[in-house]
Design a protein around this ligand. Structure first.
Ligand code: ATP
Length: 341
């Protein structure tokens, strides 16, 4: 038994020839909000469904609050797990009003009226009890779904891509509201996303999943600033990769001899994030601007070194440089090196 609240150990799930989850391990502390981040098809939803008990693993253990939910001869059914799931499309009953949708999540015999009122207040939807789902905004529908999930007083709440169904114009605000709400309630939450910005901004901890395994878990800044593998560095943030060689704490690559904290010597994949590159007229490796993506608050330049290597450089909104402009590229931030893949 571990001291962590929710633990997955060596969880495997196959669908015929497809290995959806391939020995995934995860540890979530009580009251923490963790994001399970990874590209499409890496097994995130399957792992969530295994924790919820909607699927049975082929191997591995899942433990919640000191109780084994899945093990060699153990399978606790979903309704006995004290785990609640909020689905991507919210899964509200369209013909039931907000109050009735929330009451659906309550155990039999509960003081339904009183609890529904409490839950509506908890998610900030007082007065909207009689509205049907289509009479609520996307953000409000999500809060009804959240209240319905909380109704059963779960130990942990699982959210599958909770923000992907929301209009982009309200996504950031709803994200912030849901984050505040989950933190205020203090419930342990695990949410799935393929959106790195969402994972880094909402969660206290991020687990990066690829090919059915959890590659790295840590705080958002640990994941971003200290990726332990090229795969994690590449997936989280905007990174450039160059071939190089590490010797005595220095990596030699096309951009020069750069200080690096690599922990190994030899042939390396050098990673430099787009915001760690800058332009200098006098010094720097010669390059030509190929294209500019302008975002208002900043811009992303694509430049080509004389060797043909393409680099992305994130700069403030000025100066504006036309394609074809000759520039010099300098390194102004962290340099990472991973053993060459
Ligand atoms: P996405 O972000 O696109 O939702 P994901 O990371 O959540 O992806 P999963 O939905 O867990 O990934 O799927 C992992 C793999 O398992 C995929 O190859 C998928 O096609 C496969 N898979 C998932 N569920 C089933 C199923 N019921 N039957 C067969 N294959 C499945």
């Amino acid at each position: 038994m571990s001291s962590t609240f929710l633990t997955c150990r060596g969880v495997v799930k196959r669908f015929g020839p497809t290995v959806a989850v391939d020995g995934a391990g995860l540890e979530v502390e009580q009251g923490h909000v963790m994001a399970l981040l990874g590209p499409s098809g890496c097994g995130k939803t399957t792992l969530l469904r295994l924790i919820a008990g909607f699927e049975a693993p082929d191997a591995g253990e899942i433990e919640l609050d000191g109780r084994l939910l899945n093990a060699a001869n153990t399978f606790i059914p979903p309704e006995k797990r004290r785990v609640a799931m909020v689905f991507q499309d919210f899964a509200l009953f369209p013909h039931m009003n907000a109050g009735a949708n929330i009451a659906f999540g309550l155990p039999r015999g509960a003081d339904k009226r009183g609890r529904v009122a409490e839950l509506l207040a908890l998610v900030g939807l007082q007065g909207l009890e009689s509205r049907l789902p289509h009479q609520l905004s996307g953000g409000q529908q999500q809060r009804v779904a959240l209240a319905r999930a909380l109704a059963s007083e779960p130990s942990v709440i699982l959210l599958d891509e909770p923000f992907s169904n929301l209009d982009p114009s309200i996504r950031a605000r709803v994200r912030e509201e849901v984050k505040q709400l989950i933190h205020a309630i203090g419930i342990t939450a695990l949410f799935v996303t393929h959106d790195q910005e969402e994972a880094l901004s909402v969660a206290q901890e991020v687990a990066v999943m690829m090919d059915g395994r959890v590659l790295q878990t840590g705080s958002p800044s640990q994941i971003y600033l200290h990726p332990t593998s090229r795969a994690v560095g590449e997936f989280v943030g905007n990174a450039n990769f160059l071939a190089g060689t590490v010797r005595d704490g220095i990596v030699e690559c096309e951009l020069g001899q750069l200080k690096v904290n690599a922990g190994f010597e030899g042939v390396a994949d050098v990673m430099i994030r787009a915001e760690s590159l800058a332009l200098s007229e006098e010094t720097g490796t010669p390059a030509e601007v190929l294209s500019v993506e302008y975002f208002g608050h900043d811009q992303m330049l694509t430049v080509r070194l004389e060797s043909g290597t393409l680099l992305h450089i994130r700069l403030l909104a000025t100066p504006q440089l036309p394609p074809g402009q000759r520039v010099g590229v300098v390194v102004r931030g962290d340099v990472f090196a991973f053993p060459a893949s």
